[in-house]
Design a protein around this ligand. Structure first.
Ligand code: C5P
Length: 235
């Protein structure tokens, strides 16, 4: 089952509300990220919830274990459904976060897709992105992360590397056929993502910048359904 998370990358509550109204009944999940949360904090989360949506709070937590655990507890108090953290923060950090109960789902970032092969050489001259993504996602699974956030291009490799682990995947970098790439490079279409069995796709501008966001969302859902008829079961 593949679900769409709309990234509410906007700078005002008015724009956020307009999008929520327009997408009502089509999209359940919304991402509140660094921009909106830094600008409007709890209010931005409350508005999504008031509209009946689920919140993915994409703050990419990365700090000492106690600080991250406390932030996860506060995210639970905010009422969000999922929060992201960097798997680079280490096994102890992840364990501390996972031990918070009750807590939102923990979605672990492997290597940011904006990082280039040269950027990981700082860890070791032989460091390679795919093997780091592999070991971080395994560490995430073992440590209690509920899903791996990675490039859609990496999902096939991870499923093959860990065929017996029931890993879940959350991927940005999704572009319907013919849509503007913006600053995304290695993209995948919603249909391909659904076929691959990706659990959540994060879609921003193809919906939020569309002249008719509702139509854009419905088109994406239709493309996914056509590509993988079983991929869109309702929760
Ligand atoms: O507008 P677009 O569909 O590119 O938005 C994708 C969302 O996913 C944005 O909120 C962006 O910050 C986020 N993201 C990404 N690439 C990553 C990680 C997160 O595009 N590697």
């Amino acid at each position: 089952m593949t679900q769409v998370i709309v990234a509410l990358d906007v700078d005002s509550i008015k724009k956020q509300e307009d999008l929520l109204k327009s997408l009502h009944g089509t999209i359940v999940w919304y991402k509140v990220g660094l921009q909106l949360f830094t600008a409007h904090g709890k209010r931005a989360v409350d508005i999504v919830r008031r509209h009946g949506g689920k919140v993915f709070l994409d703050l990419k937590l990365h700090d000492i274990p106690q600080t991250v655990a406390h932030a996860v507890r506060e995210a639970q108090r905010l009422g969000v459904d999922a929060v992201s953290l960097h798997l680079m923060g280490g096994a102890d950090m992840l364990r501390a976060a996972a031990e918070v109960m009750p807590r939102p789902k923990l979605w672990g970032v492997t290597i940011l897709t904006s990082m280039a092969p040269k950027d990981v050489k700082i860890f070791s001259p032989s460091a390679k992105i795919p093997s780091l993504v592999k070991s971080l996602s395994k560490q995430g699974w073992v440590g209690g992360a509920d899903a791996t956030i990675c490039s859609p291009q990496e999902v096939g490799m991870l499923k093959k590397a860990f065929p017996h682990l029931d890993m879940k995947f959350v991927t940005p970098g999704i572009r319907p056929k013919g849509a503007a790439l913006n600053d995304q490079n290695r993209v995948m279409t919603p249909g391909e993502a659904a076929k691959l069995g990706i659990d959540f796709i994060v879609v921003g501008r193809p919906i939020t910048h569309a002249p008719d966001p509702r139509k854009a969302a419905l088109d994406i859902l239709a493309e996914m359904k056509a590509a993988a008829p079983k991929a869109l079961d309702k929760e």
